[in-house]
Design a binder for this molecule. Structure first.
Ligand code: HEM
Length: 530
C-alpha cells in the first residue's frame, strides 16, 4: 500500500466515478441536490449572522426555513421572553417559514405603529384568517386585502369595504349600543347559565369542570344575542364543531395545512359554514325601526348591517358565511377563557372574593331565584373590579400585535423591509419589570391610584400604555367593551348565586392566540346559596 492509496479522493475523481456508473444521477440529481443544499446552507448561515446590518439581528435557530416556528407555536410567550434576555437593548428578528418577524417591545413603538395604520397594515392579518382559517373564496378574499404600498382603483374599493365593515362594528359595539347589546346579552346569558348548571350538579358534591361549562355558557349567550336562534336550529353539534374549528385555527389562521392534516377540523368547518350558508341565504328585508336592537331573523342589528354591506360589495354566499363565521370566532375565542381566568383569580383568594361580592351587592338592580341584574357600567367602574379586570388581562394574554409593513421603514435605527411583519408580543409589555414590579404576581391593587396625586397619574398612564390585550389603532378590538361587561356579568352572577370549593390549582396553557385557557380545566364543587 503506498501513500497515495491513503489520500482522500478529489471531488473530480468522485464525480467521474458517479458519471461512469449513472450519468443521470451525475448530470441532474447530484447538481440539483447540491444547489438546494447550498441554498439552504446559505440561508441558514446568513440568517444566523445578520441578513443586513440595518435589519434587527436575527435570533439564532437550527432548522432552515422553519426557523423559530416550532418554538413560537409551542410557547410563544416563553420564546420571546427568553430571547429578549439576549437582546435587552435592541429589537430582534424571528424567522418562520422563510418570513421575517421583527420583535419590538416598547410602548413608544406600539404607539407609533398604531398611529400609522397605512404604513403598518392590519388587514393582511385579517385576509390571512379569511384565506387559511376559513377557506373564503378567492373572489371575496381580495375584498379584505388592502394593498401593500400603492393603491390602484379596484384596491381602493377593498379599502372601502374593510373600513365600512370596521365602522359597523364600532358603531354597534360601543357607546349607546353597548347598553342595548348588554341588555339583550343578559337575557340570553341567564338562559345559557341555567342550562349549563342544572340544580342536580350544583349540590356541593359533584365535581364540575367550570371552564368547560363557562365556555358553553359564553358561546350560547353570544350566539343567541348576536345571531338569533336560526343558526343553531337543526344543528345539535354546533358547539362541538365550533370548538374543533377554534382549536385548529391556532395554526390554521397562518396555514391551511392545519385543516389538511386534521380531517375532523376540516369537516367541522365545512358543517359550520354550510349552516352559515343557509343562515345568509334568505331575503335581507328591511330592519324597520332603527331603535330596535334585536330580531329573530338576524339577531343584533349589527349582523343585518354587515350582511347588507357584504351584499352591496357583491360577496358570494360562501364569502358572507366565512365573514360571519369569523365574527362568531372573534367574539367567542377569548371571552370564555377570560371569564374562567377572571373568576378563578377571585375564587383563589377568600379576601378578594368577599370584597368582590360586596362590590357586586352594591350594584344589584334586581334579583330573583333565576336571575340577578346588575348596573354593569357602575360595577365595571369600581376600582377593585378594574384592578381585577386589568390584572386578569395582563397575566392571561399571550397574543402579539402584528402588522405588515406597507413599505420599507426605518424604525428605531433599524430598517424594516416592505412585506415583513412587526410583532409586539404583549407579554414583553405585560411583564416589563420597570412598569410592573414583581410581574408574575396577581395584584389588583397595583391598578388602584390616588387620582389627586400627579405622580400616580403619570404612573397610571405608563401602565395603561403597557396593557395591550386588545391591540390598537385601526385594528383595535371593537368588542372590548362588550367583552369586559360579559366577563364581569358572568363572574358577578356566579359569585352571588353559588358557593364554590376549588379543587385544583389553575395553570394556564401557553398555546393561545389571545387569552390562555387553563391547562387541566378548573375543577370545583358548587352549591346554590341558601
Ligand atoms: C377578552 C376578550 C377579547 C380579546 C382579548 C380580544 C382581542 C382582540 C384583538 C387582539 C384583536 C386584534 C386587534 C389588533 O391587532 O389591533 C381583536 C379584533 C377584533 N375583535 Fe376582539 N377580543 C375580545 C373579545 C371580543 C368580543 C366579545 C367581540 C365582539 C362582540 C370582539 C370583536 C372583535 C372584532 C370585530 C375585531 C376585528 C377588528 C375590527 O374590525 O373591528 N372581540 N380582538
Amino acid at each position: 500500500m503506498n501513500a497515495n492509496d491513503l489520500s482522500w479522493p478529489t471531488m473530480k475523481d468522485l464525480y467521474s466515478q458517479i458519471n461512469q456508473q449513472d450519468p443521470v444521477l451525475a448530470t441532474y440529481i447530484v447538481p440539483v441536490t447540491l444547489l438546494i443544499a447550498g441554498y439552504f446552507i446559505l440561508q441558514h448561515v446568513s440568517g444566523r449572522k445578520n441578513d443586513s446590518v440595518q435589519e434587527p439581528p436575527v435570533a439564532s435557530y437550527w432548522i432552515p426555513y422553519f426557523g423559530h416556528l416550532f418554538g413560537f407555536l409551542f410557547d410563544p410567550g416563553r420564546l420571546v421572553r427568553d430571547l429578549k434576555k439576549k437582546y435587552p437593548d435592541s429589537p430582534f428578528t424571528l424567522i418562520m417559514m422563510g418570513h421575517k418577524f421583527h420583535i419590538y417591545n416598547s410602548s413608544e413603538v406600539i404607539a407609533h405603529v398604531f398611529s400609522r395604520s397605512r404604513e403598518y397594515l392590519f388587514h393582511p392579518i385579517v385576509a390571512s384568517m379569511m384565506e387559511n382559517g376559513l377557506a373564503m373564496p378567492r373572489s371575496d378574499q381580495v375584498k379584505f386585502e388592502v394593498p401593500i404600498a400603492e393603491y390602484s382603483s379596484d384596491q381602493k374599493e377593498s379599502r372601502a369595504f374593510v373600513e365600512a365593515n370596521h365602522t359597523v362594528f364600532v358603531k354597534n359595539l360601543s357607546g349607546h349600543s353597548l347598553t342595548t347589546t348588554m341588555r339583550e346579552y343578559s337575557k340570553h346569558f341567564a338562559k345559557a347559565l341555567e342550562e349549563a348548571f342544572p340544580e342536580a350538579i350544583v349540590d356541593g358534591n359533584t365535581s364540575i369542570n367550570l371552564h368547560d361549562k363557562l365556555e358553553r355558557v359564553i358561546f350560547f349567550a353570544s350566539l343567541n344575542t348576536f345571531f338569533g336562534k336560526r343558526l343553531q336550529a337543526n344543528y345539535s353539534e354546533m358547539f362541538e364543531d365550533f370548538r374543533a374549528l377554534e382549536k385548529a385555527l391556532y395554526v390554521g389562521v397562518r396555514s391551511n395545512l392545519a385543516f389538511q392534516l386534521n380531517p375532523r377540523a376540516e369537516k367541522a368547518r365545512a358543517r359550520l359554514l354550510d349552516h352559515f350558508d343557509a343562515w345568509v341565504d334568505v331575503e335581507l328585508g328591511d330592519w324597520g325601526d332603527e331603535d330596535v336592537a334585536w330580531n329573530e331573523k338576524w339577531g343584533m342589528r349589527l349582523n343585518w348591517e354587515r350582511e347588507r354591506l357584504h351584499r352591496e360589495h357583491d360577496f358570494t354566499r360562501r364569502g358572507r358565511s366565512c365573514s360571519h363565521a369569523s365574527f362568531l370566532y372573534v367574539m367567542n375565542t377569548n371571552s370564555g377563557p377570560l371569564t374562567t381566568w377572571f373568576l378563578t383569580n377571585i375564587l383563589q383568594s377568600p379576601t378578594l372574593l368577599s370584597h368582590f361580592q360586596a362590590e357586586c351587592q352594591k350594584h344589584v338592580l334586581h334579583s330573583d331565584k333565576k336571575n340577578i341584574g346588575f348596573d354593569l357600567p357602575k360595577l365595571r367602574a369600581s376600582p377593585l373590579v378594574q384592578g381585577i379586570w386589568k390584572e386578569s388581562l395582563r397575566l392571561g394574554s399571550v397574543n402579539a400585535v402584528a402588522r405588515v409593513l406597507a413599505k420599507d421603514i426605518e424604525l428605531k435605527g433599524y430598517l424594516l423591509k416592505q412585506g415583513s411583519v412587526i410583532l409586539i408580543p404583549v407579554q414583553l409589555l405585560h411583564y416589563n419589570t420597570d412598569v410592573f414590579p414583581d410581574p408574575e404576581r396577581f395584584d389588583p391593587q397595583r391598578w388602584v391610584f390616588d387620582e389627586s396625586n400627579n405622580d400616580a397619574a403619570v404612573k397610571q398612564k405608563q401602565m395603561m400604555a403597557h396593557l395591550r390585550p386588545f391591540g390598537g389603532g385601526g385594528g383595535i378590538c371593537s368588542g372590548r367593551f362588550v367583552a369586559e361587561e360579559e366577563v364581569i356579568l358572568a363572574a358577578a352572577t356566579l359569585v352571588m348565586k353559588y358557593d364554590f370549593v376549588m379543587q385544583n390549582k389553575v395553570e394556564l396553557h401557553p398555546m393561545a392566540l389571545g387569552i390562555m385557557s387553563p391547562k387541566k380545566g378548573v375543577w370545583v364543587k358548587m352549591q346554590t346559596k341558601k
